[in-house]
Design a protein around this ligand. Structure first.
Ligand code: PBG
Length: 332
């Protein structure tokens, strides 16, 4: 078959009017594509803006429940909870992660009380909000993050969150074998329907800075996370990570950060055709806000364009701090 050529073919024809652009649009972005990460802090009625994330705050448990209700009303299907742990409760072994009354567990219960099943609750499985050294796992004398002992603690952390009511656990630690260990523990403890969203390809990125401020691990962290998070130079390795996490029992995989790694999203989707999520991380949010504040672009348009890019790349959903604002824009 010979394809038409100019002037018989004019690709601008279908772009000439709004109705036609709507008709030919390949991807849609709706609030149902978004997951809203929320930072939790202690107390009641507490609302602490995060300086490096303009427009983002830490909320006490009561206010997180309100935010979750708001999210459900906007059509956002799930929230992801991240705690700012009191420094006095951080320790070398991160034991607070296993406390059934820790901030995250209390937040889970409060959200469930406020929203019932109207919203999914995603929790982060990793020790960094709880350790005095800011690493995601247990460290040996040389400061190396040890794998297998860490996995054992992560399993207990996940079970602790699920006992409080988490619907989906999201291991963000990048230890080997943790998805299998968590899946087996969920099966053995009567939680066959709890989902695992595996941070399968999580890179050692400079875009996490504001998040570490928000959870208070930034100033504690010595060194970096390069011995477990991936090298930004690697793409094929991401496919191996994804293959393993699927085989180990993940329901969905995640690529993180987002915008600078959309090639990885597209390769994962193309190769495995499993549900892929991306995390538009804190530094990306800050970048968009800073660009808008500097007059370099229209903020709302930047937000929606970048989120649509995730859909075009093949994402099932996007974790973004812009979720509530984007949902409001999309809902008109
Ligand atoms: C920690 C964790 C991080 C993020 C989510 N979970 C930071 C890190 O690995 O240091 C980053 C999210 C963001 O930057 O928005 N396990």
């Amino acid at each position: 078959m010979t394809l038409a050529a100019y002037p018989h073919l004019r690709l601008r024809r279908t772009r000439a009017s709004g109705w036609s652009r709507a008709l030919y649009r390949e991807c849609v972005l709706t609030p149902a594509d978004l997951v809203w990460p929320l930072f939790v802090t202690g107390g009641t009625g507490v609302h602490e803006p995060v300086a490096s994330l303009p427009g983002v705050s830490r909320w006490s448990v009561d206010l997180v429940a309100r935010r979750a209700k708001e999210a459900a009303a906007l059509g956002i299907p799930a929230i992801a909870l991240f705690p700012y742990t009191d420094p006095a409760r951080r320790s070398v072994d991160g034991a607070e992660a296993l406390n059934p009354d820790n901030l995250v567990c209390r937040a889970i219960r409060a959200v469930r009380d406020a929203c019932g099943d109207a919203i999914g609750i995603v929790t982060d499985v990793a020790l960094d909000p709880y350790t005095s050294h800011g690493q995601d796992g247990l460290v040996d004398d040389g400061g190396y993050v040890v794998n297998d002992d860490t996995v054992a603690v992560l399993v207990d952390q996940a079970l602790n969150q699920v006992a409080a009511g988490a619907d989906m656990v999201a291991p963000s630690d990048m230890m080997d074998g943790r998805v299998r260990a968590i899946r087996m523990a969920l099966e053995m403890n009567g939680h066959p329907n709890v989902q695992i969203l595996a941070y399968a390809a999580k890179y050692a990125s400079a875009f996490y800075g504001p998040f570490r401020d928000a959870v208070g691990s930034g100033n504690l962290l010595k060194g970096d996370k390069k011995s477990y998070q991936m090298d930004p130079a690697n793409g094929a390795e991401a496919l191996r990570e994804v293959a393993l996490d699927i085989a180990e029992g993940a329901d969905a995989v995640m690529v993180k950060p987002g915008l600078a790694y959309l090639d990885v999203v597209a390769r994962v989707k193309d190769r495995f055709d499993v549900p892929v999520f991306a995390y538009q991380v804190s530094g990306e949010y800050a970048m968009i806000e800073a660009a808008a504040a500097a007059g370099a672009g229209d903020r709302d348009a930047l937000v929606l364009e970048t989120l649509m890019a995730f859909k075009r790349a093949g994402c099932t959903g996007v974790l973004t701090y812009h979720a509530a604002d984007a949902a409001r824009l999309l809902n008109g």
